[in-house]
Ligand binder design. Sequence first.
Ligand code: ZN
Length: 612
Amino acid sequence: MSNGTHKKEEKGVRLTKAVRLDLYTSSNSLDLDTKNELGLNFSIDGYVQDPAMAAKNPKWGIDQIEVKWEPSISNGPTSAQIAVVDYNGDSGALVPAAKWDAGKRQFLDERRHRLDRANAENFQFHQVNVWATIQRALALYEGPDALGMPISWAFEGNRLIVVPHAGYGQNAFYDRQSKSIQFYYYQDADGKAVYTCLSADIIHHELAHAVLDFVRPRYLETFTTIQNAAFHEFFGDISAVLFLMRNNGFRQDLGKNTDGDLTKAKILKNIAEQFGETVADREYLRTADNPETMDHLQDNLQPHDCSQVLTGTMFEILLEISYVYKKRGKTVPQALWNSIQRVLPMILHALHFLPPVDVTYKDYALAFLRALELYNPLDPSGYYQICLNVFKRRKILTAEEIEDLAKPHYLYYNQKHTDLQLKVNYPISTIMSSKAAAYRFLNDNRSQLFIPPHHDIVVSGLYTAWLSGRPPQRMGNLHVVEYVWEEEHLLEGAKFGKLEGKTVSLPCGGTLVYDQVGNLLFWINKPGTEFEQDGEGQRRLLDLFTYIEKISGAGMLALAQDAAAIFTSGLVPPVLVHQAGDALSFSLTPHLSLSEDKRSEKLGARKWSVSS
Ligand SMILES: [Zn+2]
C-alpha cells in the first residue's frame, strides 16, 4: 500500500472501541478502502522480497504491509492464530518481544521507538516483519477467493509459534510436533548475516506447509510415490510466487523493467533469491519457469526438485492466461493482475477436491480443472482448454484421460468413466451434521465407494468452505467429506534391507464434494487391494513398495528417535520412520532445502540410514 493510504488511515474516522469491535466481526463484507478509513486495517513496514533484493532495487525493498486489525493483538507480536517467540535454540537467548501500542496501532522496541524501516536491523523489527507477512497471508487464505474458511492448525492449540531466529543454519522449516515455523540465519561469503525470517518467499513457503497440513493433514504421513512430498514443496513455492505477484508496486515495476516481455522477469519466477545466491551459488533456490515434464520424476527422489514440475505447470498457466489479457490490449501489470485473479482462486479452491491421502500431480490437475469449471462455468475465454493443453504438455494428464474428462458427469478418474450411484442417499445437512452421521452415510454405501466391508473407516475431514465464483457468478458453499482406511502389508524380500519383515500401511480413502443443496460435484478415490477398482489398488501397493525400497536404499530414511539430534545438526532427513513393534509408519519433514541441496554437498553430503 502507498503512503497516501497510510496518511488517510491516520486521519480516518475515529471509532469507539465498541463500534470497532462490531465492525470487526462483519469486516469481511467491507472493501479495503473502507477498512482503512475505519481503522480495521493498519500498516506495518516489511520486506517485499528480502534484504538482498532491497539492496539491488530500493523500490522492491521495504513496503507497507496491510494487516487486519483484531482485538487480541498483543506483545510478541501475538494474535489469534500466531505467536512470535524469539528464542534462539543454539544460544538459549530470548530476544525481548516487540511491544504493542494499542492506541497508535504500532509495535515499539524497548526504548518505545516505533519498529519500522528506520530500524530494520533491530531483531524486534524482524519479529514484526515475519508476523505482519504471515497475518496478511492468512487473511488472504481465508477469503472466498482462496480457501474460504478460517485457518487453524494440524495440531492441538490455537497458535502457530513463529521463531524468527531459531539458531544458526541454512534452513527454515515447519514442524507440526513443536507447533512451529523455525527460521534460521547464517553468514554469506562476505561474513554478512542472512536472516531467513526477512525473506518473504521463505516465510510464505513455510507458512504454506502449515496451511496445507491443516487442510490435508495426512499428506505428512501417507504416500505411495515421491509426488506426495513434492506436492507439499510445490504448494510452498507457488504460494511464494503468488503472494509476490499480488504486490501492486512490484507488478508496476515489472511492467516497466521487462518491456512487457515476462520471460525477462527473473525476479517473478525465481524463488528465494537471497537464499539461492548465498547458499546455492545461483540466483535462486528454485525456479517456477522451467520446461520440466513428468519425465523429470523418473528415479528422482528429491521432493524439492520434483516439485518444480508442478510449480512450472502452474506458472505456465498463469503466464498463458496473462497473454490472453495482453492480447486484449492490457498493460503487463494489468494482464498479470487479471491472470492472478483468475488463477489464484483455482489453485486454492482445488485443495478442497484433493484426496485425503497420498496426493499425485494428476489428482491436483483434476481438482484444479474441476475448481475451474465451477468457478468459471461459462469460460468465455477458453481457460479450461489452455489448462488442459499445459497439463498434457507436462505429461501430467494423458490424451486418454483428457478424452475422459470431456464425458458428462465425470466424477473420478481411477476407474473407467462411471457415474456414482449411491445405494442410500442422505440429505447433505444430515451428512454434514456430525462425523457419526457422515460415517453412517459412508457405511451404508461401502460397495459403491469401494470401501471393503470389514475395514474400520475414519471420517478424517468434514467441513464447509464458502467460495466465490467469477463475478458475477456465485459459487456458494462446498461441503467436503473425507474418509480414510488403511491396509497392512508385509515388506518381503532382501531388497528392503533392515525393513524386511516389518509391516507398512497402504493409505486408502476418498473425498466427496457437494454443493450447498447436496449435488455431488466431485469424488476422488484412493482404492485398496481388497476391494479392487480396476487394478488401481494393486498399482498403488506396488508404487508404495517401490518407493520405500528406493528411499531406504538411497539413505533418505532416518529413525524418528534420532530426529532431535539430527535437527540440531541443522540437516534434516526427508523421511522419518516410526516403529511400533513390527509396524512402521512414516512422516515427512517439510522444510526449505533438503540434503540434496548444494548446501549439504558443501557440508559433506550426509546420508541418513535406518541402520545408523
Ligand atoms: Zn518446503
